[in-house]
Design a protein around this ligand. Structure first.
Ligand SMILES: [Zn+2]
Ligand SMILES: [Zn+2]
Length: 250
């Protein structure tokens, strides 16, 4: 119920069949707050058709933002982050998402305000990262402000075959989720089916300089996904498997 926005990469069943069920659960739980659903063109029609076929009335507002999957562009923003579509290579129109946190406003440490008896103008100057002259001498922003928060980033890339064109879009991302459906021995199959191997995902992570790689979307061939992680680690060490329901701190 806390979810405000849902981002969908493409309209294959394993990525959207759960969505009407989730939204219907929200109706049953009495949701009133609006929900935003972001996804490739067609997501609105899909949801409307399901609602019509199942006589479902969404009794809270649902806003749709339809992406153009071939474009890298900002498609959504709120007070805390901006989201961009990342063009992927799959059997149907498909885009990943890049989430970039916005810089938070800087705050002055309370004890500094009291110690220096700062005026509103002086506080504004420090927040704009300018030094000020006080009766006790020069006060620099570094002495007065809380430690500057580092804006974090996360990218989600599923489903896709190896697509090196996305590397510049992912530069310096903190956490990259990238699908790895197969081990590298199934490279040909991966290309045919529009998916990636572990080595494809690890190469994208390495070349982009991300801090951490999360793998996902394994073929049912691999009941134990550790084999996928081990192969990816031969190229990119900071790899782990994304476990459904687990929260990853960035
Ligand atoms: Zn797919
Ligand atoms: Zn899929």
């Amino acid at each position: 119920m806390k979810i405000e926005t849902i981002f969908i990469s493409h309209l294959h069943g394993d990525h959207v069949y759960g969505l009407p069920g989730l939204v219907t659960s929200m109706i049953l739980l009495g949701r009133k707050e609006p929900l935003t659903i972001v996804g490739p063109k067609g997501i609105l029609k899909y949801m409307e058709q399901i609602a019509e076929s199942t006589f479902t009335h969404f009794n809270f507002p649902i806003y749709y933002i339809e992406t153009t999957p071939s474009l890298f562009q900002m498609i959504y923003e709120n007070d805390t982050f901006s989201a961009y579509s990342i063009p992927l290579s799959h059997k149907v129109p498909c885009n990943g998402y890049l989430f970039r946190e916005k810089d938070r406003p800087l705050n002055i440490r309370e004890e500094v305000i009291h110690e220096y008896q700062l005026s509103t103008e002086e506080i504004i100057a420090l927040k704009e990262e300018r030094s000020i002259q006080t009766k006790k001498g020069i006060l620099s922003p570094g002495e007065a402000l809380y430690i500057k928060h580092r804006a974090r980033s996360y990218a989600y890339c599923s489903d896709t075959s190896f697509r090196p064109e996305i590397i510049p879009m992912l530069k310096g991302v903190d956490v990259l989720y990238h699908e790895a459906t197969y081990l590298d021995e199934y490279k040909e199959k991966a290309i045919q089916r529009g998916h990636s191997t572990t080595c494809d995902a690890a190469t994208i992570a390495k070349e982009s300089g991300v801090r951490k790689l999360l793998l996902g979307h394994p073929s049912s061939k691999y009941p134990d996904v550790d084999i996928l992680v081990q192969e990816a680690k031969t190229i990119f060490e900071a790899t782990e498997f994304a476990v459904e329901g687990h929260t990853y701190i960035i």
